[in-house]
Design a binder for this molecule. Structure first.
Ligand SMILES: NC(=O)c1ccc[n+]([C@@H]2O[C@H](COP(=O)([O-])OP(=O)(O)OC[C@H]3O[C@@H](n4cnc5c(N)ncnc54)[C@H](O)[C@@H]3O)[C@@H](O)[C@H]2O)c1
Length: 338
């Protein structure tokens, strides 16, 4: 198979590309490298095209030559979307429509990556695919990412109903793994990077908000199951099991890294201003995907051990480069929501 992955140089895209290549498939990745990195695809055999999904002609030409499209390109995460609201919405609507139009024109199947963020602040736990979305007021920019993802979902399902486009939708829940950067607010890589330097871990409010993390290999297993089935016009939660508060996560990472980091409690208002609101719990009901054979293989401790080992290797690599030094990202003092 020849897969065309938009956002293919990002965190999930890179892992996916490497897995598909290892299975003998061909991969073409389209990425504008705004948050992704070309390095890890170098020499992998993937064909990386640096460009934007906003470029209709480019998307059409790449789509015409593939067997299947996986649409991951996005301004990812609440924090980044808050600071790039216009781009987030433009990409969700116009970028996704380019992909859907191309899929329709050339009769290709297309997977659209959605997010647990679409559930907003509903209080049903665990959340099922049939649950309603509950988003806060548009005065709070922190809901922009959720709105963008809902736009992608609605557009994909409208193409499915009206044009017969073969769409599948997966809602990822807090995927973690090597290659994920903490620069845009993702909690696990940020905490691990800081713990390895014995810097304080910033925890918002009292850190009682909880998340259910999904290791990248499990998330890819879920995605693969969906790709292998002929199910179209359906939505699936792709997530892990278990639930942990951000405070306990910080403590766990300090313990697993043997760090002397302190925990710093920061009010949302000082980190994000008054326009911030986030969901306090997020647990997926994965029974719909489990019915197709999905079963997460990694518990949180195993996932964290893999990621910590990768971070240690990266630090070592940077130190061993002649003249290399560890640079702190400009956002390193802020905390995290991802
Ligand atoms: N990582 C998670 O926990 C998670 C959770 C829910 C949903 N998702 C979804 O999965 C997808 C991939 O997320 P990720 O974690 O790999 O994030 P990521 O930021 O690493 O990947 C997104 C990629 O899209 C690229 N991109 C941005 N704008 C582009 C444009 N105009 N044209 C081409 N490429 C562009 C970026 O450079 C980046 O490489 C996204 O759609 C995201 O919303 C991820």
């Amino acid at each position: 198979m020849h897969y065309f992955i938009t956002g293919g140089a990002g965190f999930i895209g890179t892992h996916l590309a490497l897995r598909l290549l290892s299975q003998g498939h061909r991969v073409t990745a389209l990425d504008n490298l705004s948050s992704g990195s070309a390095d890890r695809l170098d020499g992998s055999g993937a064909h990386l095209v640096v460009g934007s999904v906003m470029d209709r002609d480019l998307v059409f030409s790449l789509a015409s030559d593939c067997d299947y499209i996986i649409h991951l390109a996005c301004v990812v995460g609440v924090r980044l979307a808050m600071s790039r609201g216009c781009e987030t919405l433009r990409l969700s609507y116009a970028g996704t429509e380019n992909v859907l139009k191309a899929a329709t024109e050339f009769d290709k199947g297309v997977f659209i990556a959605s997010s647990s963020a679409v559930y907003g602040k509903i209080a049903n736990f665990p959340v099922t695919e049939e649950d309603d979305s509950l988003l806060g007021t548009s005065k709070k920019a922190s809901w922009l990412y959720s709105v963008g993802k809902l736009v992608e979902e609605h557009l994909a399902l409208a193409y499915f109903r009206e044009q017969g486009t073969r769409v599948k939708l997966g809602r990822f829940f807090n995927v973690i793994g090597p290659y994920q950067t903490g620069s845009y607010g993702m909690v696990v890589p940020r905490f691990i990077a800081r713990a390895l330097q014995n810097d304080p871990l910033p925890v918002y409010e009292k850190g009682l908000q909880t998340r259910t993390f999904s290791y990248i290999e499990d998330a890819l297993d879920g995605l693969e199951i969906l790709l292998a089935r002929g199910l179209t016009g359906e939505i699936y939660n792709i997530g892990g099991t278990g639930e942990i508060s951000v405070l306990d996560l910080a403590r766990k990472i300090i313990a697993l890294t043997g760090s002397s980091s302190a925990i710093e409690f920061i009010p949302y208002s000082s980190a994000f201003g008054p326009d911030f609101e986030e969901t306090t719990r997020r647990i997926p009901d994965i029974s719909r995907l489990a019915a197709l054979g999905y079963k997460p293989r990694y518990c949180l401790d195993e996932a964290l051990a893999e990621i910590i080992a990768w971070h240690r290797g990266e630090t070592q690599r940077r130190i061993s480069v002649p003249g290399g030094r560890i640079l702190k990202g400009k956002n390193d003092s802020a905390g995290e929501t991802g």
